[in-house]
Design a protein around this ligand. Structure first.
Ligand code: ADP
Ligand code: ASP
Ligand code: MG
Length: 814
């Protein structure tokens, strides 16, 4: 004999019931017991109808109507017309009884646990009856058996305790004689000896099946559901979760106790003693191997078997001076809860005995608070204990595994992984069995926490980075192109899954939680919503994705001053925008400190020399104990271009104009020509070298006449360049006389920074600097005479984008 249980989602529609029939037809066994749940969602509807009726709201009738419609439609879809009337009239008459019960609750304005069980039992009674009739119609030798005649319990309504002896006797007696090949039974419901309807707790149909399987010594128990087995984490929340092929009873029990809803926790107990295997299978993918649960399972070298969560948890903390050294307070505390039939999901107690903190289900919170307050009224009045501390909207996440006890460092890894992702931990408990480590966190963080932990413990090989990109102009669009092109390479070679979840320009912004398809981003962005900075920030927080990175490709001051908000949420920032690092020192320092405190990298390699690894090299020199003595650098691609093209045959004005038109300067060329841009760059290098410095401290030997410097707009600026053409010609002539070239050089020497035009003689490292190249010479303790040189293209969208790309990779491989 085999026992097969089909859950609510497996019997939610006529099509899925037909699928169930296909599975039954292919199952080879002498006899089959088929245990079914209520049609998916019907138990919730029944409870809602009961509550609405008890609240004396007439809308309970609407809920009842919906329940009726669900059942009648399924009968019409499943059965041929000639077979419908008998089943329809039986179901209608049952629904009439249900209506009378609800009416009773409505008039009395109350619902007892006993009545609630009776009302809710209709879900399973109706589904099992309809399915049995359908099986008969299809040609199976099937029968319906009311579980209330076989499963006997006490009178604890809502979660009754099974009388195994009586149930066992009744089951073996019935099944040894029943002639039918298939017996269809309602799950979840039972009866007390005195004939009251009872239920086995939410999700209890699994338990029904296991009780019957154990009672009749079945060969196997199969639990058919909507996922392909017991997974390493809830597959509806963690897409990367994998089905566990084989697991031990203990581990399965622990996983289900800590929230793996796929199996109702008490289900294991009855079959465990008999050593009967449980298979968990997917009704909608019957070929998938699923999970097999037995006494012993191969260890597969994994210490952590699964990661689970229990939603809707409230923490209650009791503390106060009166608790120290007075025995019995914790005993009384737990007694009160147990008398109120509240189950405690998690306990932590500080070693000082000064406080006890427990986790309970949200729905028990009100009751627990009022009972505890009543029981400790005296101590509260005397201020021996403080008023109960209550925290709601929490959840428990747990790592579960038999072998965890033999390994150190798991909890450290768990908590540091959560910390890096800004998941705040409210309480921690380690099961006495050492089979689990659990933490209480905010409800909103569950998805992120499960996914990060899953990544850390099961997907070590692949790390997911989630990017939010601001600015999709020259640099941003190149970056998106590079990300698209390298996606496969990053996965295969660096084990990085880089996804772009949000993009924005100054007009619109667009988000896609599973990653924006990069071949379509331009058209998707136009379909986005109007750009709004706070909305952008809030959406990132709401998405709460792990390893989030803000990428700023703008030159916006407003954006630069929002970095701190991101870093505080442990969101990394990568930027080519120089403003944040070259504004006031205090702001720069704050960002650096936040990055450290919240473990959120803040990288800006492209602020100096575009894609050249200048800042990174500087960082490594300093980290390895070297000291910067001097930096000499040509850091402006724009000025290089200008002075490489300026000679006696051209005018300065025309060269600058051309540079501007070809995109070699900022839209406002004065930022480059005045030296401000280079000042910012050397300032950043000075700060990264360890100097506390502000822009005003840098000496700027500007080659622009004062009048040009004072201009207010581009037009006036260009007019001034024309006016002072002679001045610029003199600069070239002066250099030529000495057989030198003009270069705009930035210097950091002994903590003093300056920028200005210099005459560079032939043979100097700067002399033959072509196009928009940059060059940096680091003179350090280790490179005192021959400097460490970095040279190459220092401007351009492509190289800047690749510099940003490199920063993103640095975060991924960090
Ligand atoms: P049924 O109606 O078949 O009894 P349930 O909803 O009770 O189905 O249980 C199946 C659900 O359990 C899955 O859809 C999944 O969302 C959830 N679940 C939670 N944790 C796990 C896990 N570790 N493995 C598989 N499923 C899980
Ligand atoms: N129908 C019941 C519930 O929804 C029992 C079950 O599905 O296992 O809780
Ligand atoms: Mg279930």
């Amino acid at each position: 004999m085999k026992v097969l249980k089909f859950g609510g989602t497996s019997v939610a529609t006529a099509a899925s019931i037909q699928q169930v029939q296909n599975i039954i037809a292919q199952t080879k066994a002498k006899k089959l017991v088929v245990v079914v749940s209520a049609l998916g969602g019907v138990t919730d509807m029944l409870l809602k109808a009961a509550k609405t009726a008890a609240d004396q709201e007439i809308t309970y009738k609407d809920v009842l109507k919906d329940i009726e419609k669900r059942h009648l439609n399924i009968i019409k879809d499943l059965l041929p017309i000639n077979a419908q009337s008998k089943v329809l009239s039986k179901v209608k008459s049952e629904l009439n009884v249900l209506e009378t019960l609800l009416e009773g609750a409505f008039y009395i304005g109350e619902i007892t646990p006993k009545l609630s069980d009776k009302i809710v039992s209709f879900g399973e009674l109706l589904s099992a009856y309809i399915i049995s009739e359908y099986f008969i119609e299809v040609g199976h030798k099937a029968t319906f058996k009311d579980s209330r005649e076989l499963l006997i319990t006490d009178n604890t309504h809502g979660k009754a305790i099974v009388d195994f002896e009586e149930t066992g006797n009744r089951c073996s007696h019935y099944f040894s004689k029943v002639p039918a090949h298939i017996v269809v039974m309602p799950g979840f419901i039972a009866a007390s000896k005195d004939g009251n309807v009872t239920t086995l707790g939410r999700g209890g149909s699994d338990y029904t099946a296991s009780i019957v399987a154990a009672a009749i010594d079945a060969e196997e128990l199969q639990i058919w559901t909507d996922v392909s087995g017991m997974y390493t984490a809830n597959p509806k929340i963690v897409k990367q979760a994998k089905a566990i092929s084989h697991i031990s009873y203990e581990e399965a029990m622990e996983l289900s106790h800590f929230g793996a809803k796929v199996l109702y926790p008490p289900t294991i107990q009855p079959v465990l003693a008999k050593g009967l295997p449980i298979a968990i299978k997917n009704t909608f993918d019957p070929e998938a191997p699923g999970t097999i649960i037995t006494k012993k399972a191969p260890e597969e070298g994994r210490t952590v078997r699964g990661i689970t969560n229990i939603p809707a948890i409230t923490l209650l903390s009791i503390e106060g001076p009166g608790m120290i050294g007075i025995p019995g307070i914790s005993k009384r505390f737990f007694e009160v809860l147990s008398q109120a039939e509240i189950s405690v999901v998690l306990i932590t107690q500080a070693s000082s005995e000064h406080s006890i903190c427990i986790g309970i289900a949200d729905e028990d919170a009100e009751k627990a608070i009022s009972q505890v307050n009543k029981a400790f009224a005296y101590e509260l009045a005397m201020k021996k204990i403080k008023p109960l501390l209550i925290e709601k909207e929490l959840a428990i996440i747990a790592l579960v595994g038999d072998q965890m006890k033999n390994h150190q460092g798991l909890s450290g890894r768990m908590f540091s992984t959560l910390g890096k992702n800004n998941v705040n931990i409210r309480a921690i408990a380690q099961g006495a069995s050492e089979r689990n480590i659990s933490a209480v966190i905010r409800k909103e963080d569950v998805k992120k926490a499960l996914n990060t932990l899953h990544e850390a413990f099961f997907e070590e090989q692949i790390k997911q980075l989630n990017l939010f990109i601001l600015g999709v102009g020259n640099v941003g669009s190149k970056l998106l192109g590079q990300l698209k092109q390298q996606k496969k390479y990053l996965k295969e070679h660096l084990r990085l899954n880089v996804r772009v979840i949000g993009i924005a320009n100054s007009r619109t912004m667009y988000f896609e939680e599973q990653g924006i398809p990069l071949q379509k981003w331009p058209e998707l962005l136009t379909q986005g919503t109007k750009t709004d900075a706070s909305q952008f920030y809030n959406t990132i927080l709401e998405l709460n994705a792990r390893n989030s990175i803000l990428v700023d490709n703008t030159a916006s001051e407003e954006v630069a001053f929002t970095y701190k908000n991101f870093l505080k949420q442990s969101i990394a920032v990568v930027t080519c925008n120089k403003i944040a690092c070259s504004s006031g020192y205090e702001h720069y320092r704050l960002l650096k400190e936040l990055a450290k405190e919240f473990e959120a990298p803040f990288l800006f390699e492209t602020n100096v020399g575009a894609g050249l690894p200048i800042i990174d090299t500087l960082k490594h020199l300093i980290a390895s104990g070297d000291e910067i003595i001097k930096i000499k650098a040509v850091l402006s691609g724009s000025l290089n271009y200008v002075f490489n093209n300026f000679n006696e045959t051209t005018t300065f004005h025309d060269v600058v104009k051309k540079a501007q038109e070809e995109g070699y300067t900022e839209p406002d060329p004065k930022i480059d020509l005045s030296g401000i841009d280079v000042m910012r760059k050397i300032l950043i290098l000075a700060r990264e070298s360890g100097y506390v410095m502000d822009l005003e401290e840098i000496v700027n030997r500007s080659f622009l006449p004062e009048e040009a410097l004072q201009t207010k707009d581009n037009k006036a600026f260009f007019a001034a360049l024309k006016k002072f053409e002679n001045h610029f010609q003199q600069l070239v002539i002066g250099a030529k006389k000495e057989a030198c070239k003009l270069k705009f050089v930035a210097t950091l020497d002994n903590g003093k920074a300056s920028v200005g035009l210099e005459h560079i003689p032939e043979g100097h490292d700067f002399y033959s600097l072509a196009g928009s190249d940059n060059i940096v010479l680091f003179y350090t303790k280790r490179y005192p005479e021959q400097p460490l040189i970095i040279k190459g293209a220092g401007a351009g969208a492509d190289v800047t984008a690749s510099g940003i790309f490199a920063d993103i990779i640095r975060i991924g491989t960090y």
